[in-house]
Design a protein around this ligand. Structure first.
Ligand SMILES: C[S@@+](CC[C@H](N)C(=O)[O-])C[C@H]1O[C@@H](n2cnc3c(N)ncnc32)[C@H](O)[C@@H]1O
Ligand SMILES: Nc1nc2[nH]cc(C(=O)O)c2c(=O)[nH]1
Ligand code: SF4
Ligand SMILES: [Mg+2]
Length: 221
């Protein structure tokens, strides 16, 4: 059984694949926060910008098996597989997708012609077969998934230095300014200007590439 908060067609907004047409499949639930505002300040991850509670979003629901969920996702890609000269792309996110994503679902997406991407906090090991692994480490949590295609660190995070990750086995290293606009002022971390801090770090540490959440600027999901 898979629990899905929402599933929809959009453009990947972040990281090295920013701008790519994608079906987003957002799993319900996370191992670092309950998703309830009253728990935010004592959660392991306190800056989350996402509602991943329940299965009531657009395209959400409970799916009994991999084939059923894969059919649902494939139906959200608006073209026939292989049409338009583009490979269909699904981004599994959440919540924490590695609580639910398994080889059966990855295989079912591949059978339907999709490339499979994941956005994970890195505290759980990824199943085999994922085509694009984005790990976004969260301060003071154990990093288990130490390899992948991109490491995308939200910046600045208290007690976390990008240098700590720079030797890991990733093809790309990205720094993404922390958005605090969704948080109550009392919950916002004390930092003057995450955007400027991120720009400064990337310009003085050229291993790191600047990642903006472009979907928020564009006003799309
Ligand atoms: C909502 S998370 C879901 C996937 C997974 N749980 C994770 O943390 O990577 C998707 C992406 O949004 C990033 N993110 C979450 N809250 C953010 C914020 N306030 N500002 C910038 N990026 C944020 C995460 O670091 C992650 O890269
Ligand atoms: N357009 C768009 N791009 C994204 N990249 C990562 C997202 C996420 O929430 O995992 C996200 C999202 O929520 N929307
Ligand atoms: S780990 Fe990801 S989904 Fe979970 S609370 Fe943090 S940003 Fe949100
Ligand atoms: Mg998001």
């Amino acid at each position: 059984m898979y629990s899905i908060k929402e599933a929809f067609y959009t453009l990947q907004g972040e990281g090295m694949q920013a701008g790519r047409a994608s079906v987003f499949c957002r799993f319900s639930g996370c191992n670092l926060w309950s998703g309830r505002e009253q728990d935010r300040e004592r959660a392991q991850c306190r800056f989350c910008d996402t509602d991943f509670v329940g299965t009531d979003g657009e395209g959400g629901g409970r799916f009994a098996n991999a084939a059923g969920l894969a059919e649902h996702i494939a139906g959200l890609w608006p073209f026939a597989a292989g049409a338009q000269g583009a490979t269909p792309y699904v981004v599994f996110t959440g919540g924490e997708p590695l609580l639910q994503l398994d080889e059966a679902l990855i295989e079912a997406m591949h059978q339907r012609g999709f490339e499979v991407a994941v956005e994970t906090n890195g505290t759980l090991t990824a199943p085999a077969g994922i085509d694009w692994i984005c790990v976004s480490p969260k301060g003071n949590t154990p990093l288990t998934q130490t390899s992948g295609h991109e490491l995308k660190l939200v910046y600045p995070q208290q007690g976390v230095s990008p240098e700590h990750f720079a030797d890991l086995d990733f093809d790309h290293f990205l720094l993404q300014p922390m958005d605090v606009s969704h948080m109550a002022p009392s919950s916002q971390p004390r930092h003057d200007n995450p955007l400027q801090a991120t720009l400064d770090y990337c310009m003085t540490h050229p291993l790191w590439r600047f990642s903006l959440q472009t979907h928020k600027i564009a006003g799309i999901a």
